[in-house]
Design a protein around this ligand. Structure first.
Ligand code: GRF
Length: 213
């Protein structure tokens, strides 16, 4: 299934998705990478893999809707069927999320619905949670909300800094996002109501990193 990945920066999740989709039985194909920043470091992963890259600079558009319209037109011109947000630092309009409803995935580095938005890890540590993780979900108009496809869980350690926790979760993101994309692209995960149902025969939508002493 032709899939686009939207990035703004580092692109480590993009790299993981490209790697997973290069495997022989992958259900999704990364057919396009879009960045709103021409200098996004992650674009190197697309170029190295020979994947088409488009830069759409949001600053050149009068408003959010105009930018989103161009985004959507570009996706359609490449016959894209699924879109993965991977560190894409633009809030998308209700028009865009409605148009791409149930075909638009995002990854967030917390166990949603806890700690949506920015500064996630600092807030998780301040709340004293024992576990945190990442969530891959279908996108709705509200930021970091929508039907959950896959979650990954990591322990929080007493000595954790936001950076240490972020690094531990990022490792898991690189496994959860490819799993979620494969479940969706292969039709083994589908939205029913506001929940995602996964075929009984498929991998379950959870990954746990064993807490080490
Ligand atoms: C990840 O932590 C992701 O969960 C969040 O933004 C970060 C992007 O990192 N939405 P990268 O660009 O994929 O390395």
């Amino acid at each position: 299934m032709r899939t686009a990945v939207l990035i703004s920066g580092r692109g480590s999740n993009l790299e993981a998705l490209i790697g997973a989709c290069a495997r022989p039985r992958a259900a999704a194909e990364i057919a396009l990478v879009i960045s709103n920043r021409a200098n996004a470091a992650g674009l190197q992963h697309a170029r190295a893999a020979g994947i088409p890259v488009e830069t759409i600079d949001h600053r050149r558009f009068a408003g959010r809707e105009e930018f989103d319209q161009r985004l959507s037109n570009t996706l359609q011109s490449y016959e894209i069927k699924l879109v993965c947000l991977a560190g894409f630092m633009r809030v998308l309009s209700a028009w865009f999320t409605g148009h791409w409803r149930d075909r638009l995935l995002n990854i967030h580095p917390s166990l949603l619905p806890a700690f949506p938005g920015l500064d996630t890890h600092r807030r998780a540590l301040a709340a004293g949670v024992r576990f945190s993780g990442c969530t891959v979900h279908f996108v709705r108009a509200e930021v970091d909300a929508g039907p959950i496809i896959v979650q990954g869980v990591v322990p929080v350690r007493p000595e954790d800094t936001p950076e240490a926790l972020a690094a531990r979760i990022l490792q898991l993101e690189h496994r959860c996002y490819p799993l979620a994309l494969d479940l969706v692209a292969s039709g083994r995960a589908r939205v029913e109501g506001e929940r995602v149902l996964i075929d009984a025969a498929a991998a379950p939508g959870v990954m746990v990193i064993n807490p080490k002493p």
